[in-house]
Design a protein around this ligand. Structure first.
Ligand code: TYC
Length: 103
């Protein structure tokens, strides 16, 4: 709709659409070495999942090769990926976590 800019002048063609930030999928990748319990722990700790939910997603990654574990803004997604990669490295597991822009 048209607006009013404070001194009485009418502003035509004001923006009506609210800008939403682009969203990014965080993906967890399967490998042959990371223990299942470690992956479950990662999903609980960094993605706020219940144990049952985390176990289910871990099995999906194990069976299908990868799964989306959350969708976030760029900054949050980057933080999650960093936290997972850092935690895995510190425990000497080859677990891989990446992010991908949503269409
Ligand atoms: N494939 C691993 C195993 O059999 C378990 C695993 C699940 C590893 C999910 C990584 O993202 C992963 N121990």
């Amino acid at each position: 709709p048209d607006g009013e800019d404070g001194d009485g002048a009418v502003v035509l063609e004001t923006r009506t659409k609210t800008k939403r930030p682009p969203l990014y999928k965080v993906l967890l990748l399967n490998d042959d070495y990371t223990p299942m319990e470690f992956v479950v722990h990662v999903l609980e700790r960094f993605f706020g999942m219940s144990h049952a939910q985390a176990f289910e997603i871990m099995l999906t990654v194990h069976q299908r090769g990868l799964a989306v574990v959350g969708v976030f803004t760029h900054e949050i997604a980057e933080t999650k990926v960093g936290q997972v990669m850092d935690f895995a490295r510190r425990h000497q597991h080859p677990l891989q976590c990446t992010m991908e822009k949503e269409d």
